[in-house]
Design a protein. Structure first.
Length: 530
């Protein structure tokens, strides 16, 4: 019912938009007048589309970021699909239709309307603040700049007191606290600025595509001002207001009416028009989506992707990472390997680390809960057994060393992680080593990639992982941190032909003061002697 309603709303406002565009063409002197404008240069279409896509994606990142901050962790792929479906909401008054996002979140994951609507309100206020900041920097009229400053102050002020207002709609205390947290709001505002800056370049790109020179700064100011004031009219998709305001501003700086009309028509087509089309497509895809349970552990997920587990990475990346991680593991264990004793691979998966350690002469037993992965490990010849990292099926003090490679961040929360390393400490002999290799969340670029992009591109992660800061291992009860090493800087999408040229750069970075911002780290802990 809702989908049919939004489809009709979209069709109506698309037709209304076409009517408004037709009126502007008429006032500009008709098609004959527009013919005097130089032909569109197609080479500019790519940066225009890239700017629109960047804005949409970074707004999704903000949505997912705020959801996580208020305790809602849902897989990235369905959340992204829901977000794109909600783009149809721009064709409703004041964009209220974006609230369909809350309907789908409730339907698919059982998330409370109160929480998602509250996040949506904060998002809209952050949009006003971000566009106001961009406009205040780029506009040339003092009066307009004052309006921008007032909008910024109003948006940020309402955002900061939103938590207090939210008490009246019975939001959980934790949600209120997070929505009032200045640090979180500052980060969300930063994401908002990153989202809207590319979008504000659309006017400049559009003008350049018709061979018309317009400074990017002035174009950014025009986009910000017209979008903000057009939004305040509460017109669906800003029809009849945003475009008109922008056309008037372009005329004020000396462009003809015909030039102004074609520039803004292209901007609207490549932003609002494409967003509506994408929204309708994903809205239709949501018709048959059923409710999903948010998994409390990753076992089912890894059983589902077992057949494609190794294919998540190109062969040259997989082999290089495997070799690098094994080298680091063996470097901290006694040599010769016979003196290292027997070890445990906690969360062994397909057993590749067990086998690689075996080739180096080490005796290792693997344990994992994902039965499909274990069967693959057994077929490869690894010594593995079924078990849960939260309740390891071994007696106390059974192993001389335990290692967990890329496992702990898949556990459902900090408490589960604490239980897992507690189990590792239990099965270790006094003085034994616990070695953890994890993704490093300190680098914001890697955090963006691993937290928001990688789970869309690859199925090994879902976007609900709990990353562990390296500093965490400095305060683990019952164990002492012996060493903390940082390694790898090259992302998993580097092609093989380019890899050999970048390895020397990576080695320099690993030896430089920038090493704490690597992709991975290894923490070596020793169990207390008792």
């Amino acid at each position: 019912m809702a989908i049919r309603y939004f489809s009709r709303i979209n069709l109506f406002f698309l037709l209304l938009g076409a009517l408004v565009a037709g009126l502007w063409v008429y006032f500009a002197g008709g098609l004959k007048s527009l013919a005097s404008v130089p032909w569109l240069q197609p080479g500019y279409i790519f940066p225009i589309l890239a700017a629109t896509a960047s804005c949409v994606f970074m707004r999704f990142v903000r949505w997912q970021f705020l959801l996580r901050r208020v305790g809602v962790r849902v897989p990235i792929r369905p959340s992204f699909s829901i977000f794109l479906a909600s783009l149809v909401g721009i064709a409703t008054p004041a964009y209220l239709g974006e609230g369909i996002r809350s309907i789908f979140m409730r339907k698919q994951f059982g998330i409370s309307f109160r929480i998602t609507i509250s996040v949506l309100i904060v998002e809209r206020l952050l949009d006003v603040a971000a566009l106001g900041i961009i406009g205040a920097i780029t506009v040339h009229t003092w009066m307009v700049r004052e309006v921008m400053f007032l909008l910024i102050a109003a948006a940020l002020g309402i955002t900061l007191v939103w938590g207090s207002l939210a008490r009246n709609i019975l939001l959980p205390t934790g949600t209120i606290t997070e929505l009032r947290n200045a640090r979180i709001l500052a980060q969300a505002l930063g994401i908002s600025l990153i989202a809207w800056v590319p979008a504000t370049l659309l006017v400049g790109f559009s003008a350049a595509s018709f061979g018309i020179w317009l400074s990017m700064g002035r174009g950014m100011g025009i986009f910000s001002y017209s979008t903000l004031l057009g939004g305040l009219t509460l017109m669906p998709a800003g029809i009849g207001s945003m475009g008109s305001l922008a056309i008037f501003q372009l005329q004020d700086i000396g462009l003809t009416l015909a030039q102004s009309v074609v520039i803004i028509s292209l901007v609207r087509l490549m932003s609002t028009g494409i967003s509506l089309v994408v929204g309708v497509i994903f809205l239709l895809l949501q018709i048959n989506v059923r409710r999903q349970a948010i998994s409390k552990d990753s076992t089912d997920h890894f059983n589902e992707i077992a057949h494609e587990y190794k294919e998540q990475f190109p062969a040259h990346i997989w082999n290089r990472l495997l070799d690098r991680k094994i080298n680091l593991l063996t470097a901290v264990l006694p040599n010769p390997s016979s003196k290292a004793g027997i070890g445990l691979d906690l969360g062994c998966g397909t057993g590749h680390h067990c086998l690689a350690m075996g080739k180096r002469g080490y005796r290792v037993v693997g344990v994992d809960q994902a039965q499909t992965l274990l069967r693959q490990a057994q077929l490869l010849g690894a010594t593995v057994t079924s078990g849960n990292a939260l309740a390891a099926p071994f007696r106390n003090s059974s192993f001389e060393f335990v290692y967990a490679v890329g496992v702990l961040h898949h556990l459902p929360g900090v408490k589960a992680q604490e239980i897992a390393w507690g189990e590792a400490e239990r099965v270790l002999k006094p003085g034994g080593l616990f070695i953890v290799q994890e993704t490093n969340p300190r680098n914001p670029l890697f955090r963006l990639y691993m937290g928001y992009i990688f789970p869309i591109l690859k199925s090994i992660d879902e976007g609900i992982e709990w990353w562990i800061d390296p500093k965490y291992w400095q305060r683990v009860d019952g164990m002492k941190l012996l060493d903390l090493q940082y390694f790898t800087f090259l992302p998993d999408f580097v092609p093989q032909w380019l890899m050999r040229y970048l390895l020397s750069l990576e080695r320099r970075l690993e030896a430089s003061p920038l090493r704490p911002y690597s992709v991975h780290y290894m923490a070596v802990l020793k169990k207390d002697l008792r």
